[in-house]
Design a protein around this ligand. Structure first.
Ligand code: GLU
Length: 511
């Protein structure tokens, strides 16, 4: 069997989109499952679109989510260099081979000449003017010029590109692992540029040459590359590499949450969720986009979420560790249809992974937030808070954000709750409770509860009726974690102070 070698081949044209992370993940899962090699190749042949910092960003993002690269940029390996710009001298010989075998040709057309051709075709009613098997015969290339002229032009260093000579009538087929047989008629394919006038290869040539030279067995990439695949098949054929051609798997598109159209950064911005794995500062605009990491997503939760965007295990199980994903993954279970990007599902995964953590681990998150606020707190207290807050958090920062009342007495009270729950009965109970508290030798959740019940029964008022008022005075809000535990954590003296303050402040407002 062929050795499994897969590659993630991003272009450093900006921040890595979350869809790119999914592509990298699927490659990685297949590589690990089949004991293969995961390669990172940087496709930077388009100098105009190069964005400084993008490559480092890709490396950092992959490292953060735990996708380990075996070979490639940042790691090295037997087929180095893995950055296409550093491989520039390699490509021309293959373009030359294609020219020599009559499958590619030199084209000397200037931008203006190309524009004239496009205009002419448009006037003639051609919707999509192309340089192809028909139009190439009217252009300035080595198919139409005399051999002598071509020689002279080359000797005079006239700028040229090398184009693929796509056959006029041929069925190009490829067997995609996800889509099955894909058939495209060659009349639909234009004579793509293989080598640019700056001596750089285009994506198509460099991609195919490198996949061949790096012995890639499977090409797993986004659906947006499917239209290029027939062209790549022709290149494999003309270069005599048909036997070495990798298997293709084109992943379904990631759709907007509404399902209509491809997910874009604009959608994510509008709906207020991240689309990049980690923070990205655009080097041109200096605009900052918040990453999943900085928004509080755990890498293992994000990976689990991404794995399910297009793939499913065929069972009810949803929580998969990376190792479990490696075992369960299969390209056969990737769907063809685009998948909606549901950020609520990502949040759900994050909640599940947070809940699976120990109180002590969660406490570290809280202590982290507290140290930024210059608030000191023991590990024990933080762990106690974590234990009652764990079901209520989506992100680590929520421990602090939703639990500020553990450290700061409320200064305002939810008016809605106050208007409904702050009444004479509540005031009576709280006054009595406040008097009862100093008599307690120890104070914890059970004694807090027993004392409250004692007070309410003496007054003949149902505990349930005043509980929200008590919560309001302790936390300022009408809902939250176990109130008796909250009181135990903040302590008796603080409970008394807060009740007193609430009685003073809220009494004024309630008639
Ligand atoms: N450089 C392409 C990209 O930016 C790679 C496509 C492929 O995997 O062939 O996505």
């Amino acid at each position: 069997m062929r050795e499994v070698r897969v590659r993630f081949a991003p272009s450093p044209t900006g921040a890595l989109h979350i869809g790119g992370v999914r592509t990298a993940l699927y490659n990685f899962l297949l590589a690990r499952q089949l004991k293969g090699t995961m390669i990172l190749r940087i496709e930077d042949t388009d100098q105009n679109r190069y964005v400084p910092g993008a490559e480092e960003y890709i490396l950092q993002s992959l490292a953060w989510v735990g996708i380990k690269i075996d070979e490639g940029v940042g790691v090295g390996g037997p087929y180095a260099p893995y950055r296409q710009s550093e491989r520039k001298p390699i490509y021309m010989q293959y373009a030359q081979q294609l020219i020599d075998s009559g499958n590619a040709y030199y084209a000397f057309d200037t931008e203006d000449e190309l524009e004239v051709m496009r205009e002419r075709l448009k006037t003639a009613g051609v919707a999509l003017p192309q340089y192809n098997s028909i139009t190439r015969m009217q252009m300035r290339n080595s198919l139409t010029l005399l051999e002598e002229e071509v020689k002279q032009l080359l000797e005079a260093k006239t700028p040229y590109v090398v184009r693929l000579k796509v056959p006029r009538k041929e069925e190009v087929r490829l067997n995609d692992m996800i889509r099955g047989w894909v058939m495209v008629h060659s009349s639909q394919i234009d004579d793509k540029v293989l080598m640019k006038s700056d001596g750089m290869p285009t994506y198509h040539l460099a991609n195919v040459v490198d996949d061949y030279l790096m012995k890639i067995s499977h090409v797993i990439r986004g659906e947006e590359w499917l239209p290029s695949a027939p062209l790549h098949v022709l290149l494999y054929k003309y270069l005599g590499w048909e036997k070495e051609m990798p298997q293709f798997a084109h992943l379904p598109l990631l759709l907007k949450p509404t399902g209509d159209g491809k997910l874009s950064k604009r959608d994510a911005d509008q709906m207020g969720f991240p689309i990049f794995p980690i923070d990205w500062i655009d080097p041109n605009t200096k605009e900052k986009a918040i990453g999943f990491r900085e928004a509080g997503y755990l890498p293992e939760a994000l990976i689990n979420f991404l794995a399910f965007l297009g793939w499913n295990p065929g069972t009810q199980q949803e929580i998969f560790s990376l190792d479990e994903l490696i075992n369960a993954f299969s390209v056969e279970r990737i769907g063809k249809a685009g998948t909606k990007f549901d950020i609520h599902k990502a949040q759900w995964f994050n909640q599940q992974y947070l809940r699976a953590k120990s109180d002590e681990a969660l406490a570290e998150y809280l202590l982290d937030s507290l140290s930024k606020e210059n608030i000191s707190c023991t590990k024990e207290k933080a762990a106690k808070i974590a234990s009652i807050m764990r079901e209520r958090i989506t992100f680590p920062k929520d421990l602090w954000e939703h639990g500020k009342f553990f450290f700061h007495a409320p200064t305002t009270f939810d008016e809605n709750v106050a208007s409904k729950r702050w009444n004479d009965d509540a005031v009576k109970v709280l006054n009595a409770y406040k008097i009862e508290l100093p008599t307690l030798a120890t104070f914890d959740a059970p004694t807090a509860k027993a004392t409250l019940e004692k007070v309410t029964s003496e007054l003949g008022i149902g505990t349930g009726k005043i509980l929200q008022a008590l919560r309001l005075s302790i936390t300022g809000a009408g809902a939250g974690p176990d109130l008796m535990m909250v009181m135990e954590i903040i302590g008796k003296d603080e409970v008394m102070k807060r009740i007193e303050y609430a009685l003073k402040t809220l009494n004024v407002k309630v008639a």
